[in-house]
Design a protein around this ligand. Structure first.
Ligand code: XIL
Length: 383
């Protein structure tokens, strides 16, 4: 009798999934959001701006693997271009000298092809999210060999499928000089040219982009312009410049953004806004004399809206997005793509950067995929 009750209790526990989750730890998928999202054909960003520019989004692993049932339908309805948020970065796709992990990248590319999307590869040569084996390379020859293998293997695998590559990411300092990195240290400034040449060889039809943040700001922009001019003068193919567009509702420099579109386009390259989000939270670097460190975590001053965005801030966010899209529409002949860095507020990296565990509201859809006032204001600009 004792065993009967024991068996019954174990049976019930395993059926409820508690067993699976707590004991076998199988339930690694994010919880499914079950509230219904009404998808209305007329309320689609990609349709609204189809004659203007691609509307892109960064995808995380769960979305790529179809583990997130709502985004599965939601993403192809709203967006016609995709960028992998992390899974094509060196540390994921190329973890050891001769080891490549292509499973997720293959699924990502297949997802884009299935949904007839413009597929972006992000990113080939970048000092961040590098695999540890690259950081320990000690000679210029080995680093050159790494770059050759990496670009040939990754770009070559998706030739004819990935439409545009972020070939080099964040190579510049704020003053426009070249950032110190293992690539600059070992190979000198020509590593950028090498990256573009290798990418062009492996994917002659893909667009090749230089991508960076703050390159709408004058000094850094001057550095980016000089860099692109030099590459082109040496016969390198550079098709576009990606302005990341991680901006803030507290200091959006519309004038500098406009000047940047004009000046980059004058170089004969396409302009894209590749990682758009607008933080609504205070920036720790604005607090003079303060280090960016854990002391800010869970500090009410730095995380002022844990339970929702006040109406006044919501309106400010909507106005900033409307101003931006209005500007982009003015220069739509020069702009190829506007990509949001995440689908909804809950999935944004800005909840954890530069301070971990805050509640941010940087995108057009809220945590339940509902359109925010910013979405409505942006949609009202479409013809
Ligand atoms: C970010 C991702 O969103 C995070 O998930 C990851 O932890 C760090 O990288 N510039 C880039 C992007 O080019 O690849 C970065 O993405 C954000 C800044």
């Amino acid at each position: 009798m004792k065993y009967f009750w024991l068996t019954l209790v174990i049976g019930i526990i395993s059926l409820t999934g508690i067993f699976k989750r707590l004991v076998l730890n199988l339930d690694k998928n994010p919880p499914k959001i079950t509230n219904a999202v009404h998808i209305n054909e007329d309320r689609s960003l990609k349709n609204a701006f189809k004659n203007d520019f691609y509307i892109g989004v960064a995808l995380n692993a769960a979305q790529i693997e179809g583990r997130d049932s709502i985004s599965d339908h939601f993403i192809p309805h709203q967006f016609n271009s995709i960028t992998p948020e992390n899974i094509m970065k060196c540390e994921v796709i190329h973890p050891a000298w001769s080891v490549y992990h292509f499973e997720l990248a293959d699924k990502y590319v297949a997802y884009g092809i299935k949904n007839k999307m413009f597929i972006v590869g992000h990113t080939l040569i970048w000092h961040s999210q590098l695999s540890p084996f690259v950081k320990s390379i000690k000679t210029p020859d080995s680093l050159r060999l790494f770059m050759t293998n990496h670009i040939k293997t990754v770009v070559g695998r998706y030739a004819g499928k990935v439409n545009s590559w972020d070939v080099v990411n964040e190579a510049l300092n704020e003053d426009g000089t070249l950032r110190k990195s293992i690539f600059l240290d070992e190979l000198g400034k020509d590593y950028i040219q090498l990256a573009f040449e290798l990418a062009a060889k492996s994917a002659p039809k893909a667009e090749l982009y230089y991508n960076d943040y703050n390159i709408e700001q004058p000094a850094k922009r001057a550095g980016a312009i000089a860099l692109i001019k030099k590459l082109k003068a040496r016969g390198c193919r550079v098709d576009g410049v990606g302005i990341q567009a991680h901006w803030s509702i507290n200091n959006l420099s519309l004038k500098e953004i406009e000047n940047s579109i004009i000046e980059y386009a004058a170089l004969g390259v396409k302009v894209s806004f590749t990682e758009l989000d607008l933080t609504c939270l205070p920036n720790p670097w604005d607090l003079k004399g303060s280090d960016v460190n854990q002391q800010f975590d869970n500090n009410r001053e730095m995380d002022p809206y844990p339970n929702g965005l006040p109406d006044s801030v919501q309106t400010r966010l909507a106005d900033c997005y409307a101003d931006l899209i209005k500007l982009f529409l003015k220069y739509k002949d020069k702009i190829e793509r506007v990509t949001f860095w995440g689908v909804n507020d809950g999935e944004s990296w800005l909840n954890n950067w530069p301070i971990h565990g805050r509640t941010n509201y940087p995108l057009l859809f809220d945590r339940n995929f509902n359109p925010k006032p910013a979405f409505n204001k942006v949609m009202a600009l479409a013809d």
